[in-house]
Each structure stands twice: as structure tokens, then as C-alpha cells.
Design a protein around this ligand. Structure first.
Ligand code: TXA
Ligand code: MG
Length: 341
């Protein structure tokens, strides 16, 4: 059944707080992407998130908190190094997978015995969480499978008629989702790279990277169910091109019979904006700034669809620091379509 969706500014967050307390779901900004939140302790409220997003029931949610004191009721015993990471990186784009307490309904963790928790580094999000005084389960506020929303308009495009309220706090900062770190195994394991980098985490704990971060469909321990789904993808086909001769390769592909008659575009670094005559080119920012590219990526993937493109070639980045996060999202969007130049 369609509901009326309203978009409000930060001055009206009392309405968001009231809806959360009544067991409704509400979209709000965080420093990474917009989230679709509901009371994490209310299974019926959380079920509304899955319905609104069309999210598979086996994909668990991240619980958002405003104070470390809230964590006691949500988790069992955790490793001391996980506590160090909370102190060092919260509030911030780091979700820690920890042993779940019986208080958290099974729907939140999709039946797993663990729960992912994070404290967002965003004033509006923290204010909503503080005033609701609830742990809030919140996945990204997009339709399942489409790119995460970095602006309130993206949430509106995907979820209008499906949720009652969107709090508009302007564009989000990071533009990509939080790092998900499994702290229930040793060494701790990156399930999804994000704003907090592997290099930063390694100063405080031994960290492994799950192979699924680099390659689709593989995981030694299939622990982050969400990563198996097609993700971050626009309607257009994404083709990721790697190597030292990327513009030459993309121009060559664009002329090949395989792509004849298709509407083609490129997500290119600023240095290559003029390297693709005849193609629609979008600017990812300077080659040495993967952070800028990550912040622009989801907005550009949505723009690709608005331009009605069939295929978008994307230039690859070096896989370190935020470049690892960016490339992970590009690999997910591209599926198997990764070409070496
Ligand atoms: O930045 C973010 O993390 C955003 C904002 C709104 O906080 N949220 C977000 O949520 O990206 P979502 O649901 O789109 O992605 C959560 C990811 C999924 O890949 C899910 O499988 C994984 O975290 N996850 C959640 N709980 C887990 C658990 N207990 N064990 C392993 N992976 C888990
Ligand atoms: Mg998501």
C-alpha cells in the first residue's frame, strides 16, 4: 500500500524521532550514505525496512548508536581490541561485527549470532539517535540492488510511496558506506572496505581482508551475506577497465562491434576528460584522489541512468587506502565485466 512520503529539513527532526518511537521507519543522513532506520529492538519495525527496500531477508542490518553505553545491551563478550577500535574510530565510518545478545531480534542480524554496530559521525544522525534514545537498525536507504543514496533526492527516487519520512541533511560526506569489520574471528577480518582504511586499522589490531573484497563470489568465510548480492549497480552495464593504457583500451572497445548501436559513457579521472571524443564523459576527480572519486561515484552512477546510457566504462584506481574501497564498489557494480588494458 502506498504511503505519503514527506521530506523535512533538520529543524523538524522531532517528527523523525516521534516516528522512530512509534515503530515506523525513517530515512536520515549519515556521514557515509543516507540510512533507512527503525527501532532495532522492535522486530515489526525492522520488518518495515526489509519491505520498503525489497531487501532479501538473509541480509543483516547495521545497528546505529550514539553512545558506547548503549552497546552493553546489544552484544555479548567482545575482544578487547574491538573496544580499542570503538574508542579510536567512533563516531566514524566503521561497523564492528560482534557477538549478539539475545535482546536484539533475529530479523536484525538475519538469524546470525552476531550483530554489526556503528556510531555515525554526523550531527543530525547523532541528534536523532540521542533524542529517540534507541539503537536504530539502518541499511542504506536505497531500493535493494541500486546505488546507495548520497542525497535526499536519491532516497526520494527510490523509496517515495514506501516510507513516511526523509530527513534532508544535504549531500553526505564520504559518499560510500562504512567499513564492515568482523571482530568475532582472529585476526579481525574486513568484510567490506569503507571510510576507515585497512592501513588505519592495522595500527591497532591485526587485520585480514576477506577475498570477496577483491573478487566477486569468493569468501573463505561467507560471513557478510550482503556482499553476495549484485550491488551498487545502475541500470546501465558497468565495465571496469584496469591497467596502464586505459583510455586507449576504452576507445578501442567503444569502436568494437560488440558495442555498436549502444549509448556509451565513461567515468574518467579529470586528467582524461578530453580523451574520449564522441562518448559522454563524467568526472571522477583527479587520479591521485580516490576519496573524491568515492564521494562522487554513486551520484554519477545515477546520472548515467538519467542520461539513458546502455554501457558505462569506468577507469580503475590503485587498490590502497580509500582506493581499495572505491575499487571494491566498482567491482561489485561491474560484476564479471572487468577488462585489463
Ligand atoms: O555506512 C553504512 O554502513 C550505511 C549507513 C546507513 O550506516 N549502512 C549500510 O548498510 O551500508 P547496508 O545494510 O546497506 O550494508 C550493511 C552491510 C551488508 O553487507 C551486510 O551484509 C553487512 O553489513 N552486515 C550487517 N550485519 C552483519 C553481520 N552480523 N555479519 C556480517 N555482515 C553483516
Ligand atoms: Mg546497502
Amino acid at each position: 500500500m502506498a504511503v505519503e512520503t514527506r521530506i523535512i529539513g533538520p529543524e523538524l527532526i522531532a517528527e523523525a524521532v516521534a516516528l522512530l518511537k512509534q515503530g515506523e521507519c525513517v530515512a536520515f543522513p549519515t556521514e557515509t550514505v543516507y540510512g533507512l532506520g527503525a527501532n532495532a529492538l522492535d522486530a515489526e519495525a525492522v520488518a518495515k525496512i526489509f519491505t520498503a527496500k525489497g531487501r532479501p531477508a538473509d541480509n543483516p542490518l547495521i545497528v546505529h548508536i550514539y553512545s558506547i553505553d548503549q552497546i552493553a545491551g546489544l552484544i555479548g563478550d567482545c575482544h578487547p581490541a574491538a573496544k580499542t577500535l570503538m574508542e579510536r574510530f567512533w563516531p566514524g565510518p566503521l561497523s564492528l561485527v560482534l557477538p549478539k545478545s539475545g535482546r536484539v531480534p533475529g530479523i536484525v542480524s538475519a538469524g546470525l549470532d552476531t550483530v554489526a554496530i556503528r556510531m555515525p559521525d554526523h550531527d543530525l544522525a547523532l541528534e536523532i539517535l540521542r533524542r529517540a534514545d534507541l539503537p536504530v537498525a539502518a541499511p542504506s536507504a536505497n531500493l535493494s540492488g541500486s546505488p546507495s543514496p548520497t542525497r535526499a533526492e536519491h532516497v526520494w527516487e527510490d523509496l517515495k510511496g514506501r516510507i513516511p519520512l526523509i530527513v534532508d541533511g544535504g549531500p553526505t560526506g564520504w559518499g560510500v558506506e562504512s567499513t564492515v569489520l568482523d571482530c568475532t574471528c582472529l585476526p579481525f577480518r574486513i568484510l567490506r572496505p569503507g571510510g576507515v582504511t585497512v592501513e588505519q586499522l592495522r595500527r591497532f589490531a591485526e587485520i585480514a581482508i576477506d577475498p570477496s573484497v577483491f573478487q566477486n563470489g569468493v569468501s573463505e568465510r561467507p560471513r557478510s551475506p550482503g556482499m553476495k548480492y549484485r550491488h551498487y549497480a545502475p541500470r546501465a552495464e558497468v565495465v571496469l577497465v584496469l591497467g596502464d593504457r586505459v583510455p586507449e583500451k576504452i576507445n578501442q572497445l567503444a569502436c568494437s562491434p560488440e558495442y555498436a548501436g549502444r549509448k556509451l559513457g565513461v567515468l574518467a579521472v579529470s586528467e582524461h576528460l578530453r580523451a574520449y571524443p564522441g562518448l559522454t564523459v563524467f568526472d571522477l576527480g583527479p587520479k591521485q584522489e580516490p576519496k573524491t572519486a568515492a564521494a562522487r561515484l554513486y551520484n554519477l552512477l545515477r546520472a548515467v541512468d538519467q542520461h539513458g546510457l546502455d554501457i558505462v566504462f569506468v577507469e580503475g584506481f590503485t587498490e590502497k587506502e580509500i582506493g581499495l574501497t572505491l575499487m571494491n564498489r566498482l567491482r561489485k557494480a561491474a560484476g564479471d565485466r572487468v577488462i585489463q588494458s
